[in-house]
Design a protein around this ligand. Structure first.
Ligand SMILES: Nc1nc2c(ncn2[C@@H]2O[C@H](COP(=O)(O)OP(=O)(O)OP(=O)(O)O)[C@@H](O)[C@H]2O)c(=O)[nH]1
Ligand SMILES: [Mg+2]
Length: 215
């Protein structure tokens, strides 16, 4: 897929205020600092579109970006940031989980995993929650430029093995580097193939009227 345009649309804390659910949508989620915003910028080849930072906790809202005028990328706040208050954590849980669970046009949740780490409990638990909710997800292992391919493959294998204790099938897996643009084509083609099957007319009839926008 060729990205011709990528535009910021809105930031939200409330699912009721999201854009109408009339276009296919893909959410990027994962631990704070795993590289969600950097990956989005790499995919659309536009540095600075999504705000990135060395300090965890940079993204705080649900951010919609419209790509080629026909699908959305959604940048979400990260989970597992230790230096955040308990009430903020609960807010995160409520608002992100409601968004993921209820958003009618959400096609796939991309769960980002730091390729340098052995399987982390918090990531596995999050995948299990997606599985319980019946949400489609794919795994993106980030920051692959930071170590050898052998090390990355070891961590990917260990993660797959851990997932197989609760899942029958392993989801689609991508290995990426925002620095080197690794995995860009693969992720975009995956999105493109899902977009091809999206029924824009049905979504517009259901959620395009303004009244019932779907969350
Ligand atoms: N070397 C390398 N660094 C990366 C890569 N992706 C992200 N980073 C760095 O990791 C840090 C965090 O990146 P962000 O994209 O802001 O991470 P995030 O997941 O959006 O973080 P929050 O919004 O705080 O949850 C930044 O310093 C990035 O430059 C990558 O593929 N390779
Ligand atoms: Mg971010």
């Amino acid at each position: 897929m060729i990205v011709k345009s990528a535009d910021f649309v809105c930031s939200n804390t409330q699912v009721s205020k999201l854009p109408p659910a009339v276009k296919p949508e893909y959410a990027f989620i994962g631990r704070s600092n795993v590289g969600k915003s950097s990956l989005i910028n790499m995919l659309v080849d536009k540095k600075g579109l999504a705000k990135t930072s060395q300090t965890p906790g940079k993204t705080q809202l649900i951010n919609h970006f419209l790509i080629n005028d026909n699908w959305y990328l959604v940048d979400l706040p990260g989970y597992g940031y230790a230096r955040i208050s308990k009430s903020k954590k609960e807010d995160w849980n409520k608002f992100i989980r409601t968004y993921l669970d209820k958003r009618e046009s959400l096609q796939t949740v991309f769960v980002l995993i730091d390729s340098r780490l052995e399987p982390q409990k918090i990531d596995l638990e999050f995948c299990n929650w997606l599985g319980e909710k019946g949400l489609s997800f794919a795994l993106i292992f980030t920051k692959a430029d930071k170590q050898s391919r052998v090390k990355t493959d070891q961590n990917v294998s260990a993660f797959k093995k851990a997932l197989l204790t609760t899942f029958e099938d392993i989801p689609t897996i991508f290995i990426t580097s925002a620095e080197l643009q690794t995995g860009r084509e693969e992720v975009l083609n995956f999105v493109g193939s899902i977009n091809n099957n999206f029924d824009y007319k049905a979504a517009a009839a259901m959620f395009g009227g303004g009244k019932n926008q779907g969350v």
